[in-house]
Design a protein around this ligand. Sequence first.
Ligand code: NAD
Ligand code: DAU
Length: 332
Amino acid sequence: MKLLVTGGAGFIGSNFIRHVLETHPEDRVVNLDTLTYAGNLENVRDVEGDPRYRFVHGDVGDPRLVREAMGGVDAVVHLAAESHVDRANLAAGEFLRTNVGGTGTLLDAARELRIARFVQVSTDEVYGSMAAGAARESDPLNPSNPYSASKAAADLLARAYWITHRLPVVVTRGANTFGPYQYPEKVIPLFVTNALENRPLPLYGDGRQVRDWLYVLDHCAAIDLVLRHGGDGEIYNIGGGTGIENRELTRRILRLLGKPESLIQPVTDRPGHDRRYALDASKLRALGWAPRHSFEQALETTVGWYRTHEAWWRPLRSGLFTQYYDRQYTNR
Ligand code: NAD
Ligand code: DAU
């Protein structure tokens, strides 16, 4: 199969490309990525010499380039997005342009080129905060921040291309993902790298918010399964089933690093902070997926990876990152 992967220089995209090349030797991958602050060719350095892999530098909102990159492919796995909630809360423009507009451009090209499968990588955030229970695919969407609203728009747009045009779309709604190569603005890599530098860990509000943690390799295996075996027009939740409070997550990170809890710094809460996410992933399990990594083991592996890959994250925590960090966290 020949795939177009968008956002393949990002966190999940780079792990997904590696997963595909390792598990499907016959596959070929085109990676279309515009290399925003979160896109990093170091994430795919190990595959750049592989004859089955090609990188195209460009924007998913550029119709000409998108048609060119999509030429001759069997399927599109669309991951490119502005992905950080706190940045969307600072300014939403790029989120609308890329997450909604870019998805529309890709869908139009896929329709014109009669692409046989379009995987829209969506998020559990589209359901909004879950007071109790676990979200099912048939639940109404209730996004509550500008990032999740932009992802919900893209999710619905992709489904609309199935309903209206019979473009064979499948939607995945993944939970909070963690692992190697995650840009150090998201809570796990941020807290690990802050702790390694003996800097405070800014825990929002009371720290009792719950996320459903999913290891990146389990997320990639799920997207891959849905790509090949998902039903046209279907939606699949991808949940790790590990709901823990942020304050407990933070303590575990500190324990793994042998650092004191005094590094935890409670700060003003994120505006509109969703209290709890939880997914019912039984539909995907019925298709044959189950997470293969326990949360405890995967967290330890991840913390160990950041500890041994300072050369990867150190350059990312300077320049523009410092400006963002100061704006986001100073006087909070
Ligand atoms: P990321 O921020 O690490 O990577 C995003 C990638 O998209 C980057 O390489 C960036 O350069 C690229 N990109 C951004 N705008 C682009 C544009 N206009 N054209 C081309 N490329 C562009 O994000 P991630 O965490 O890897 O998330 C990937 C996808 O998975 C996103 O769609 C996100 O909404 C979704 N998702 C993420 C999580 C999570 O916890 N990280 C969970 C569920 C779903
Ligand atoms: O649930 C899926 C979503 O998970 C994805 O769609 C998003 O792309 C991804 O960024 C992630 O969103 P979250 O907002 O849940 O992740 P983040 O790592 O930003 O925050 C996780 C939790 O930690 C959340 O409750 C906020 C809290 N937090 C985060 C940061 C950055 C803090 O307490 N302090 C922080 O500094």
